[in-house]
Design a protein around this ligand. Structure first.
Ligand code: SF4
Ligand code: SF4
Length: 334
Protein backbone atom coordinates (compact mmCIF):
# COMPACT_ATOMS: atom_id res chain seq x y z
CA UNK A 1 0.00 0.00 0.00
CA UNK A 2 2.72 2.45 1.09
CA UNK A 3 4.60 1.77 -2.15
CA UNK A 4 1.97 3.57 -4.19
CA UNK A 5 2.75 6.90 -2.52
CA UNK A 6 5.93 7.31 -4.52
CA UNK A 7 4.68 5.63 -7.70
CA UNK A 8 3.36 7.97 -10.38
CA UNK A 9 -0.15 7.46 -11.65
CA UNK A 10 -0.62 6.38 -15.27
CA UNK A 11 -4.23 6.11 -16.42
CA UNK A 12 -5.14 3.70 -19.22
CA UNK A 13 -8.28 3.76 -21.37
CA UNK A 14 -9.25 2.42 -24.77
CA UNK A 15 -11.63 5.08 -26.08
CA UNK A 16 -10.76 8.78 -26.26
CA UNK A 17 -14.17 9.76 -24.79
CA UNK A 18 -12.68 8.78 -21.39
CA UNK A 19 -10.02 11.52 -21.66
CA UNK A 20 -11.79 13.99 -19.34
CA UNK A 21 -12.21 11.33 -16.62
CA UNK A 22 -8.51 10.45 -16.89
CA UNK A 23 -7.47 14.09 -16.40
CA UNK A 24 -9.20 14.22 -13.00
CA UNK A 25 -6.33 12.12 -11.59
CA UNK A 26 -3.95 15.03 -12.25
CA UNK A 27 -3.86 18.77 -11.60
CA UNK A 28 -5.94 19.67 -14.66
CA UNK A 29 -7.78 22.44 -12.79
CA UNK A 30 -4.51 24.39 -12.82
CA UNK A 31 -4.98 24.68 -16.63
CA UNK A 32 -8.28 26.52 -16.15
CA UNK A 33 -8.47 29.95 -17.82
CA UNK A 34 -4.87 29.67 -19.05
CA UNK A 35 -3.42 29.87 -22.55
CA UNK A 36 -0.89 27.08 -23.15
CA UNK A 37 0.70 24.95 -25.90
CA UNK A 38 -0.45 21.46 -26.82
CA UNK A 39 2.77 19.88 -28.06
CA UNK A 40 2.15 17.74 -31.13
CA UNK A 41 4.24 16.34 -33.98
CA UNK A 42 2.00 17.07 -36.99
CA UNK A 43 3.61 14.45 -39.22
CA UNK A 44 6.12 14.45 -42.06
CA UNK A 45 4.80 14.60 -45.60
CA UNK A 46 3.95 11.06 -46.71
CA UNK A 47 3.72 9.68 -43.15
CA UNK A 48 0.39 7.93 -42.50
CA UNK A 49 0.52 7.28 -38.76
CA UNK A 50 0.73 10.66 -36.97
CA UNK A 51 -2.30 11.62 -34.76
CA UNK A 52 -5.03 12.85 -37.09
CA UNK A 53 -6.92 16.18 -36.83
CA UNK A 54 -10.30 14.60 -35.92
CA UNK A 55 -8.69 12.90 -32.89
CA UNK A 56 -6.79 16.08 -31.95
CA UNK A 57 -10.03 18.08 -32.29
CA UNK A 58 -11.61 15.84 -29.60
CA UNK A 59 -8.69 16.46 -27.24
CA UNK A 60 -8.79 20.22 -27.85
CA UNK A 61 -12.56 20.27 -27.21
CA UNK A 62 -12.05 18.63 -23.79
CA UNK A 63 -9.35 21.17 -22.90
CA UNK A 64 -11.41 24.15 -24.12
CA UNK A 65 -14.33 22.97 -21.96
CA UNK A 66 -12.29 23.34 -18.73
CA UNK A 67 -12.45 26.25 -19.80
CA UNK A 68 -8.95 26.99 -21.11
CA UNK A 69 -7.23 28.34 -24.21
CA UNK A 70 -4.97 25.67 -25.78
CA UNK A 71 -3.07 26.08 -29.05
CA UNK A 72 -1.36 23.37 -31.10
CA UNK A 73 2.37 23.73 -31.11
CA UNK A 74 5.51 22.28 -32.70
CA UNK A 75 9.04 23.30 -33.74
CA UNK A 76 10.87 23.25 -37.07
CA UNK A 77 13.16 20.31 -37.83
CA UNK A 78 16.84 19.84 -38.69
CA UNK A 79 16.49 17.91 -41.94
CA UNK A 80 15.44 19.35 -45.33
CA UNK A 81 11.75 19.39 -46.29
CA UNK A 82 8.64 21.44 -45.60
CA UNK A 83 9.02 21.25 -41.81
CA UNK A 84 12.54 22.75 -41.94
CA UNK A 85 11.17 26.32 -41.93
CA UNK A 86 8.15 27.90 -40.23
CA UNK A 87 6.46 28.81 -43.51
CA UNK A 88 6.82 25.28 -44.84
CA UNK A 89 5.62 23.68 -41.58
CA UNK A 90 2.49 25.89 -41.58
CA UNK A 91 1.90 24.74 -45.16
CA UNK A 92 2.26 21.06 -44.23
CA UNK A 93 0.13 21.50 -41.10
CA UNK A 94 -2.60 22.85 -43.37
CA UNK A 95 -2.18 19.94 -45.83
CA UNK A 96 -2.53 17.51 -42.90
CA UNK A 97 -5.65 19.32 -41.63
CA UNK A 98 -4.13 21.11 -38.65
CA UNK A 99 -5.93 24.43 -39.10
CA UNK A 100 -8.22 26.25 -36.66
CA UNK A 101 -11.35 25.35 -38.65
CA UNK A 102 -10.55 21.62 -38.31
CA UNK A 103 -9.07 21.34 -34.82
CA UNK A 104 -10.74 24.25 -33.02
CA UNK A 105 -7.64 26.18 -31.95
CA UNK A 106 -4.67 28.14 -33.30
CA UNK A 107 -1.62 26.35 -34.68
CA UNK A 108 1.80 27.81 -33.77
CA UNK A 109 5.21 26.76 -35.11
CA UNK A 110 8.34 27.99 -33.30
CA UNK A 111 11.81 28.44 -34.77
CA UNK A 112 13.75 30.13 -31.98
CA UNK A 113 14.42 29.47 -28.35
CA UNK A 114 16.21 30.24 -25.12
CA UNK A 115 19.24 28.26 -23.84
CA UNK A 116 18.66 26.18 -20.72
CA UNK A 117 21.50 24.29 -19.07
CA UNK A 118 21.10 20.68 -17.90
CA UNK A 119 24.14 18.70 -16.66
CA UNK A 120 26.79 20.99 -18.26
CA UNK A 121 25.17 21.13 -21.71
CA UNK A 122 22.93 23.85 -23.04
CA UNK A 123 19.66 23.15 -24.90
CA UNK A 124 17.78 25.89 -26.76
CA UNK A 125 14.15 25.39 -25.72
CA UNK A 126 11.39 26.83 -27.93
CA UNK A 127 10.06 30.18 -26.71
CA UNK A 128 6.46 28.98 -26.43
CA UNK A 129 7.55 26.19 -24.10
CA UNK A 130 9.83 28.37 -21.96
CA UNK A 131 7.11 31.00 -21.59
CA UNK A 132 4.35 28.59 -20.51
CA UNK A 133 3.75 27.39 -16.97
CA UNK A 134 1.40 24.68 -18.29
CA UNK A 135 1.76 22.34 -21.28
CA UNK A 136 -0.38 19.52 -22.61
CA UNK A 137 1.46 16.90 -24.69
CA UNK A 138 -0.01 14.58 -27.29
CA UNK A 139 2.70 12.01 -28.08
CA UNK A 140 2.30 9.26 -30.64
CA UNK A 141 4.07 6.10 -29.43
CA UNK A 142 5.94 4.35 -32.25
CA UNK A 143 9.36 2.98 -33.14
CA UNK A 144 12.45 5.09 -33.80
CA UNK A 145 15.76 4.31 -35.52
CA UNK A 146 17.95 6.05 -32.94
CA UNK A 147 16.00 5.47 -29.71
CA UNK A 148 14.11 2.22 -30.34
CA UNK A 149 10.83 3.91 -29.44
CA UNK A 150 9.54 7.49 -29.33
CA UNK A 151 6.91 8.78 -26.91
CA UNK A 152 6.60 11.63 -24.40
CA UNK A 153 10.35 11.98 -23.69
CA UNK A 154 11.12 12.23 -27.40
CA UNK A 155 8.20 14.61 -28.07
CA UNK A 156 10.04 17.18 -25.92
CA UNK A 157 13.67 16.01 -26.09
CA UNK A 158 13.74 16.45 -29.84
CA UNK A 159 10.44 18.21 -30.56
CA UNK A 160 10.73 20.95 -27.95
CA UNK A 161 14.13 22.38 -28.93
CA UNK A 162 15.33 24.53 -31.83
CA UNK A 163 16.77 22.95 -34.95
CA UNK A 164 20.26 24.20 -34.03
CA UNK A 165 20.04 22.15 -30.83
CA UNK A 166 18.56 19.18 -32.71
CA UNK A 167 21.55 19.22 -35.11
CA UNK A 168 24.05 19.46 -32.26
CA UNK A 169 22.42 16.56 -30.41
CA UNK A 170 22.43 14.35 -33.51
CA UNK A 171 26.01 15.20 -34.48
CA UNK A 172 27.28 14.75 -30.92
CA UNK A 173 25.98 11.18 -30.82
CA UNK A 174 27.97 10.07 -33.88
CA UNK A 175 30.67 7.48 -33.11
CA UNK A 176 34.36 8.34 -33.00
CA UNK A 177 36.85 5.56 -33.67
CA UNK A 178 40.12 5.04 -31.80
CA UNK A 179 42.26 2.52 -33.74
CA UNK A 180 44.66 2.12 -30.85
CA UNK A 181 42.20 -0.14 -29.01
CA UNK A 182 40.64 -1.91 -32.00
CA UNK A 183 41.21 -5.65 -32.46
CA UNK A 184 39.23 -5.75 -35.76
CA UNK A 185 36.84 -8.28 -34.23
CA UNK A 186 34.06 -6.96 -36.49
CA UNK A 187 31.34 -6.91 -33.80
CA UNK A 188 30.45 -3.26 -34.43
CA UNK A 189 30.00 -3.97 -38.12
CA UNK A 190 27.72 -6.94 -37.43
CA UNK A 191 25.38 -4.98 -35.12
CA UNK A 192 25.16 -1.67 -37.03
CA UNK A 193 21.52 -1.55 -38.26
CA UNK A 194 22.50 0.68 -41.19
CA UNK A 195 25.59 -1.18 -42.43
CA UNK A 196 27.64 1.95 -41.86
CA UNK A 197 30.76 0.13 -40.62
CA UNK A 198 33.05 -2.16 -42.56
CA UNK A 199 35.78 -4.10 -40.76
CA UNK A 200 38.50 -6.18 -42.41
CA UNK A 201 41.63 -8.01 -41.24
CA UNK A 202 43.42 -4.76 -40.75
CA UNK A 203 41.01 -1.95 -41.46
CA UNK A 204 37.94 -0.22 -39.98
CA UNK A 205 35.83 2.03 -42.22
CA UNK A 206 32.70 4.01 -41.54
CA UNK A 207 30.22 5.61 -43.95
CA UNK A 208 29.12 8.67 -41.95
CA UNK A 209 26.37 9.50 -44.45
CA UNK A 210 24.36 6.42 -43.46
CA UNK A 211 25.00 6.69 -39.68
CA UNK A 212 21.99 7.63 -37.51
CA UNK A 213 23.98 8.03 -34.30
CA UNK A 214 22.06 5.22 -32.62
CA UNK A 215 25.05 4.16 -30.52
CA UNK A 216 24.57 0.41 -31.05
CA UNK A 217 28.20 0.11 -32.23
CA UNK A 218 29.51 2.04 -29.19
CA UNK A 219 27.62 -0.24 -26.80
CA UNK A 220 28.86 -3.34 -28.65
CA UNK A 221 32.58 -2.55 -28.48
CA UNK A 222 33.98 -4.06 -25.30
CA UNK A 223 37.46 -2.71 -26.17
CA UNK A 224 36.30 0.93 -25.97
CA UNK A 225 37.62 1.55 -29.48
CA UNK A 226 34.45 3.53 -30.32
CA UNK A 227 33.02 6.36 -28.28
CA UNK A 228 30.46 9.10 -28.83
CA UNK A 229 31.71 12.35 -30.32
CA UNK A 230 29.95 14.05 -27.40
CA UNK A 231 27.29 11.89 -25.70
CA UNK A 232 24.77 9.09 -26.14
CA UNK A 233 21.72 10.37 -28.06
CA UNK A 234 19.35 8.80 -25.54
CA UNK A 235 21.08 10.71 -22.75
CA UNK A 236 20.99 14.14 -24.42
CA UNK A 237 17.38 13.44 -25.42
CA UNK A 238 16.44 12.97 -21.77
CA UNK A 239 18.39 16.11 -20.79
CA UNK A 240 16.70 18.20 -23.51
CA UNK A 241 13.29 16.93 -22.38
CA UNK A 242 14.16 17.99 -18.83
CA UNK A 243 15.19 21.44 -20.12
CA UNK A 244 11.70 21.74 -21.67
CA UNK A 245 9.41 20.55 -18.88
CA UNK A 246 11.26 21.11 -15.62
CA UNK A 247 9.23 23.16 -13.13
CA UNK A 248 6.07 23.16 -15.29
CA UNK A 249 2.70 21.47 -14.92
CA UNK A 250 2.73 19.14 -17.92
CA UNK A 251 0.06 16.54 -18.63
CA UNK A 252 1.03 13.85 -21.12
CA UNK A 253 -1.36 11.91 -23.35
CA UNK A 254 0.31 8.98 -25.13
CA UNK A 255 -1.52 7.72 -28.23
CA UNK A 256 -0.56 4.03 -28.27
CA UNK A 257 -2.11 3.17 -31.62
CA UNK A 258 -0.82 2.84 -35.19
CA UNK A 259 2.47 1.62 -33.70
CA UNK A 260 4.83 1.79 -36.67
CA UNK A 261 8.43 0.60 -36.93
CA UNK A 262 9.72 4.11 -37.52
CA UNK A 263 8.70 7.61 -36.39
CA UNK A 264 6.31 10.29 -37.67
CA UNK A 265 9.30 12.12 -39.26
CA UNK A 266 9.66 9.17 -41.64
CA UNK A 267 7.49 9.26 -44.80
CA UNK A 268 7.77 5.46 -45.02
CA UNK A 269 7.43 4.64 -41.32
CA UNK A 270 5.71 1.24 -41.68
CA UNK A 271 5.09 -1.54 -41.15
CA UNK A 272 2.77 -1.57 -38.13
CA UNK A 273 4.60 -3.66 -35.51
CA UNK A 274 1.89 -4.03 -32.85
CA UNK A 275 -1.91 -3.88 -32.81
CA UNK A 276 -3.67 -0.77 -31.44
CA UNK A 277 -3.67 -0.55 -27.63
CA UNK A 278 -5.37 2.67 -26.50
CA UNK A 279 -4.34 5.78 -24.55
CA UNK A 280 -2.30 6.58 -21.47
CA UNK A 281 -2.32 9.80 -19.42
CA UNK A 282 0.13 10.88 -16.72
CA UNK A 283 1.91 13.92 -15.33
CA UNK A 284 5.27 12.09 -15.49
CA UNK A 285 7.00 11.62 -18.90
CA UNK A 286 9.19 8.78 -17.64
CA UNK A 287 6.34 6.83 -16.04
CA UNK A 288 4.10 7.19 -19.10
CA UNK A 289 6.83 6.08 -21.55
CA UNK A 290 7.76 3.14 -19.32
CA UNK A 291 4.08 2.15 -19.09
CA UNK A 292 3.69 2.51 -22.88
CA UNK A 293 6.67 0.22 -23.51
CA UNK A 294 5.47 -2.32 -20.92
CA UNK A 295 1.96 -2.43 -22.34
CA UNK A 296 3.28 -2.91 -25.90
CA UNK A 297 5.75 -5.58 -24.74
CA UNK A 298 2.86 -7.53 -23.21
CA UNK A 299 1.41 -7.86 -26.71
CA UNK A 300 4.71 -8.02 -28.63
CA UNK A 301 7.68 -8.83 -26.36
CA UNK A 302 10.83 -6.78 -27.12
CA UNK A 303 9.34 -5.60 -30.42
CA UNK A 304 11.19 -2.24 -30.56
CA UNK A 305 14.58 -3.86 -29.98
CA UNK A 306 13.76 -6.56 -32.52
CA UNK A 307 12.94 -4.09 -35.31
CA UNK A 308 15.20 -1.14 -34.42
CA UNK A 309 18.06 -2.92 -32.57
CA UNK A 310 17.97 -0.44 -29.68
CA UNK A 311 16.61 -0.99 -26.19
CA UNK A 312 13.73 1.52 -25.87
CA UNK A 313 14.25 1.60 -22.10
CA UNK A 314 17.67 3.27 -22.51
CA UNK A 315 16.08 6.73 -22.76
CA UNK A 316 13.71 5.92 -19.87
CA UNK A 317 16.55 5.01 -17.49
CA UNK A 318 18.71 7.97 -18.55
CA UNK A 319 15.66 10.18 -17.89
CA UNK A 320 15.19 8.61 -14.48
CA UNK A 321 18.90 9.08 -13.64
CA UNK A 322 18.70 12.83 -14.31
CA UNK A 323 15.44 13.07 -12.29
CA UNK A 324 13.15 13.90 -15.17
CA UNK A 325 10.67 11.49 -13.59
CA UNK A 326 10.28 7.96 -12.33
CA UNK A 327 9.84 4.63 -14.08
CA UNK A 328 7.76 3.34 -11.13
CA UNK A 329 4.09 3.72 -11.81
CA UNK A 330 0.66 2.57 -10.76
CA UNK A 331 -1.53 1.70 -13.76
CA UNK A 332 -5.15 2.75 -13.34
CA UNK A 333 -7.65 1.27 -15.80
CA UNK A 334 -10.77 3.35 -16.40
S1 SF4 B 1 33.84 -3.78 -32.00
FE1 SF4 B 1 35.49 -2.45 -31.33
S2 SF4 B 1 37.30 -3.72 -31.41
FE2 SF4 B 1 35.76 -4.77 -32.63
S3 SF4 B 1 36.09 -4.02 -34.73
FE3 SF4 B 1 34.58 -2.68 -33.81
S4 SF4 B 1 35.77 -0.98 -32.99
FE4 SF4 B 1 37.22 -2.65 -33.36
S1 SF4 C 1 25.94 4.91 -34.41
FE1 SF4 C 1 24.45 3.37 -35.15
S2 SF4 C 1 24.24 3.83 -37.33
FE2 SF4 C 1 26.10 4.89 -36.66
S3 SF4 C 1 27.74 3.48 -37.10
FE3 SF4 C 1 27.13 3.10 -34.97
S4 SF4 C 1 25.61 1.45 -35.09
FE4 SF4 C 1 25.86 2.26 -37.16
Amino acid sequence: MGEKNWMKKVVFFKEIDKLYNSLKYFDILDFKNKKYPVKLHMGERGNRYFPKPDFVKNVIAVLKNLPSDPFLFDTTVAYPGLRHRKKGYYKLAKIHGFIKKEVGCDVVIDDSGIPIKIDDRSYEVANNIVNSSNIFAISHVKGHVATGMGGAIKNFGMGGVTKETKIRMHHGSRPVYNGEYCTFCGRCSEVCPFNSIEVGDNFWKQDMSSCFGCGVCVDSCTNKAIDYKDADFNYVLACAAKACVSGKNVIYLNDVNRISKSCDCDPGAGPIICSDIGYLVSDDPVAIDKASIDIIHKVKPDIFEKVNYIDPLKQVYFAEDIHLGTSSYELINI
